[in-house]
Structure formats: structure tokens, C-alpha cells
Design a protein around this ligand. Sequence first.
Ligand SMILES: Cc1cc2nc3c(=O)[nH]c(=O)nc-3n(C[C@H](O)[C@H](O)[C@H](O)COP(=O)(O)OP(=O)(O)OC[C@H]3O[C@@H](n4cnc5c(N)ncnc54)[C@H](O)[C@@H]3O)c2cc1C
Length: 639
Amino acid sequence: MLTSKLLKNSSIWKCSTICGRSVSSSQTVDSAKAQTKAATYDDRTSIQAAPKKLGKLEPFVKNLFLGRFDKSVLAYPMALDRERHDTLHQMVVPIEKFFLEDLDSAAIDRNAKIPPEVLQQVKDLGLYGMQIPVEYGGLGLGATEYSRLCEIIANDGSIGVTISAHQAIGFKGLLLEGSEYLKKKYLPGLATGELLAAFCLTEANSGSDAASIQTRATLAEDGKTWLLNGSKMWISNGGTADVMTVFARTEVDGKDKITAFFVERAFGGVTSGAPEDKMGIRGSNTAEVHFDNTPVPAENVIGEVGKGFKLAVTILNSGRFAMGSTTAGVLKRGLGMTLDYAFTRKQFGHTINEFGLIKQKFASAAVNIYAMESMAYHAAGLMDSYEEYDTAVEAAIVKVFSSNQGWILGSELLQIMGGLGYMKSYPYERYLRDGRITLIFEGTNEILRMFIALMGLQHAAPELKTLVQKLRNPFNNPGFVIKTTLRQIRDRNDRPKLIHDLPGYVHPSLKESATSLEYCVERFRFAVQIILSKYGLDVVKPQHQMDVVRLGDMAIDLYAMTSVIARASRAYCDGIHNGEHEMLLARTFCKEAEQRIRRLMSGVQNMGETTDLEYSAIADMLYSKGGYAAQHPLTVEGW
Ligand SMILES: Cc1cc2nc3c(=O)[nH]c(=O)nc-3n(C[C@H](O)[C@H](O)[C@H](O)COP(=O)(O)OP(=O)(O)OC[C@H]3O[C@@H](n4cnc5c(N)ncnc54)[C@H](O)[C@@H]3O)c2cc1C
């Protein structure tokens, strides 16, 4: 109840009220903490009823491109009521036992196969139908609960990918836009795992540019059957799936448009290639899938004919948020194991945990795991708390940040282990190999960083166009020009006026971080204006990517700062164990994020600090020479 109140009314956290208790900003941290602890434990026991979903959430990150900050998101969402919370905890116990104690993930990796009896156990745990509504035989989990279970499942990358290819993308189209007929026919079997699903989009000549697929479906003469022809590649579960969401070109009013079909292997004309031999997630099946005049009944079209591309994008957008908890789950486990080792390994008369450089690696891991986890559950909580939301950009941010940090931090944990980390008898190298795919699939990180920037710009452009027009017609808009001129001067001199009062919405001891966030929000608003006025409609041109992507990278840090501040503030107010440590993690993250944003901003402002032009020229030289263009260092002119 408290949480839904907080979400409904952001001003409830305006300085005067923190966790239901009156606290003035001048009060000391300790006294505020003491009061909030007592208040919150009482409140918790009163959280009984399921939180009612709120109406519509305005797109948070997209609005940052306009300099707007929705302060309600600083109330870290608590999407689960007491009952669901307890049920989830009960579910976690057997799943953790299975994944952390019973499973031999090294054998799955070594043999590049998940034994059928293992998959049966996964099915018995209900994990094939986590997000399928209860009325169709699934567990009916929301995004938050799903994230929590993914955290555990991720400990085996092969099983994790098999399950997520099945439900996060394989049959997700049915949940989003499937007819009642399709849902009733397939969801119960998909929930039990009797049916396994795959998502067939990628083709040999169509990867990131998914709209260029060539697989085609033509309506047969009976007008009731589509005939599917074409080939898909690198399809997870491609050799094992019974059913698949297949995207194909169809002719609609004389034009080629993509349509989504739900195809049974049993329809005929479906063949699969041999399983790919991969770097990681080796037990998961990845294969080509070929369709040769496969007859698909018209009722197996998902959504509308010709609207398949939008559905493909929606499916991918809706699943990415889970990569945050997934990666955090693996890293937290790795961190724990590495700590154990660092306390026993002695070198130069010290256990290695005592060395400053090792401490730095551990601390950096904790700070960034905290950020990815905070964002993942923040995004999931928002999705669960609102009837209507647009969190596509937030989900992309979670995906890019967590996959990137997964790779970096995974490597750092391995480094702490020294040579042992390199050995197959330890799981570090497998974690790294398994995790590497997350930077590539479900949208490569390059594509998604640009997606974040361009989606935000597209959102902001219509309004900013008016601003530019008004500035260009000063005589018609004198007051507006005076006001914005002052603002422009402040912006150019790096002295933005802070207008959002963000510190007033979080615990006082996070004041500095909230001020830093607010400063970064204002700098970001100015960066958006600069980029738009520099490039206009040309922002999408390939040659401007190095500059434009700075907006994507700034947005990633802004969302991360927001999530860590919101989470730490709530944790502290709730009296959560080690809440003070969470404050430290949040403050440290914000400090580093502000430094990154300052650097990016200086790049956007063209302060002469970028090497974009040099990079472009170097790449051009490599391209023209077809390789590394500098001479070997032993080369001597004239010899
Ligand atoms: C193990 C595995 C499982 C997979 N599972 C599935 C699945 O279940 N279903 C499915 O449909 N697909 C699946 N895929 C395919 C996956 O989604 C694609 O590999 C991914 O979309 C990238 O496409 P690509 O590999 O063709 O790379 P490309 O699109 O050719 O990209 C190559 C490089 O160029 C960069 N690049 C491309 N375009 C741009 C641009 N505009 N700006 C800047 N950089 C750019 C990319 O970021 C990348 O670094 C899987 C792939 C693998 C490896």
C-alpha cells in the first residue's frame, strides 16, 4: 500500500515526508534513518492487497531528451504484494537447489548437449511457462518475478538460452497479439514444455537489418493456407523446436510487408541443419531452419497480415529487460566464489584480498552489479505497476549495460583468480564464453546504443523543432528568446540552472548524488539540442554515429543513476540490512557516471577532446589498404 501510494503521488517524497515520517532536509542522516526503520517495518506488515495497477507511465528516458524528469520513478517500484512476494520466495528454493546444487553445467558445456532428463526437470519446475497466464496453464508471473527466476536460471547459460528462446521470444508473439484460438491451442502445451518454441527472424543476409528478410509466404489458391519458403539461420532451439514464430514477406495491396506466422514443425516442409558448434552456451541448440512450401493455416497468422515487423520489434523490446537480472545473478555468484579465494590465496606475505588493486576490482564489480540489478528490477517494476507503459528504451539500456559489464566484470573476476581462472575446472571461462553472446543477440550493442539515441531524438524532435523555430523568429517571440538566451548562455558555460529539485525526492544522505543526477539531466538536455542542431535529419547518417551515440551512452548512465538512487533511497528508508552500504554503492556509481557524462558532453560540445576525425581517417586507411597499414617496426627505409 505504501509503495502504490508512493507511485501514485510522487510529491509524497518531497523532503517533508520520507517513508511516511516527517523529516526535514536539515535533519541528520542518522535520525532520519532511525525514524524510517521503525516506520517501514510496521508498514510492511500492512502490505496485503495486490497493488492496483496505475494508468499510463510516460516514457521516462525518452522524456529526458526533452529535459523532463518524471520524479515518480524515484520511488523505486515495489510491484509485488506480500502474498506474491512470499510465493516467489517459496518458488526460488527448489529452483536454486536444482541450478546451484544438482546441475552439472560443466558437463552440459563439455558435451554441448542438455540431457533430456535435465530438461524434464526444468519443465517439472514450471520454467517453460513462467509468463504464461495461469488460465492457460502457466505460472502467470509478472516481469519482476520472471526477472528473479532468470537470476537463478542464468547460472546455466545453455538452459537459460533454451528457456528464453522458448518464452521471451519463441512464443511471446502469442501472448502479445495471438488470437484466442492460437492461445488456447498452443499455450497449455508450451507451458508444460510438451511443446518447445523458437523465434525465426535472422537469415544469412539479414541480421541487424531484420527488415530485409527474404523468406516469403504466399497465399495458396484456397485462400486459407500460406505457403512458406525460405531459410533462417542461427535459430536458438532451431533443431529441436516443435513450433516457431516465423517472419516472412507477404504481399499486401501490391506491397511487400512482413507477417508473423506460428508454424508447427508437423505442418511439413520444415527441416533443420546440424547444431552449430559455438564458443559458449554450447548445450543450447542453434541451427538453421528451412521452409519448403510449408503450408500454414491462415488462422496461424499472429496479429495482422503485414504487421509482423512491428511485432518482431515489440517482442524483442519486451524481453530485453531480463538480461540485467540474468547477468547480475551470474556475477553475484562469481563475486562470492572469488572473494572466498582472495581471502585464502597468499602472495608476498599477504592474502591477495589485501592488495589495493584487488580491492578496486571487487568494489567496481559490486558497484556495477548494483547498477545493473537496480535498473533491471526498476524497469520490471515499472512494467508490472502500470497498465500502459513504453519501456523499450529502458529495456535496451538494461541489455546494453548488463551485457557489457558482464563481459568486463566477468573478466576482472577471472583475473583475480589468476591462472586458476583460466582453467576449465573453474567456471569463470565458461561464464565468459556463455555471456559473450549477450552483446550480440537480441539486438547487437552497437545497434541498441544507436536505438537508444535515435528513439529519444525522434521523441524530442517535434518539440525541439518548435524551440529552434522560435529562436529563429526572435521578433515574433521576444519573451521566449530572452528566457532561452539566458538558458543557452548558462548551458554553454556549463552552469545549468537546476530546476527539478531531485534531492527533495530522495533520502537526504543521497543529496549529492541527486544533485549530480540533476546536473547531468540538464547537460543531457543541452547535448540533445546540440546534436539536433548540428545534424538535423542527418542524425541517422552512418558517418555521424560516433557523435550521436554519445547521447545513447549518456542516457544509459542517466537511467542507471536514477535507478541506483531510487533503490538505495528506498533500501535505506525501509531499514533493509546493509542499507548504508547500498547508499555507498549508489553514491560511488553516481560519481563515476557523472565523470563519464562530463567526458561525453565535452565530446558533444566539440571541445577538441574527441578523436572522432582521427578514428575515421585511420579506419579509412585500413579499409583502403585492406589491413593494418603501418609498416613492421623492423622495417628500415631503403633496405
Ligand atoms: C548463438 C546465437 C543465437 C541466436 N539466436 C537467434 C534466434 O533465436 N532467432 C533469431 O532470429 N536470431 C538469432 N540469432 C541471430 C542474432 O540475432 C544475430 O546474430 C544478430 O541480430 C546480429 O546479426 P548478424 O550476426 O548478422 O550481425 P550483423 O548485423 O551483420 O552485424 C555485424 C556487426 O556490424 C554491426 N552493425 C550492423 N549494423 C550496424 C549499424 N547500422 N550501425 C553500427 N553497427 C552496425 C553489428 O553491431 C555487428 O557488430 C542468434 C545468433 C547467435 C550467434
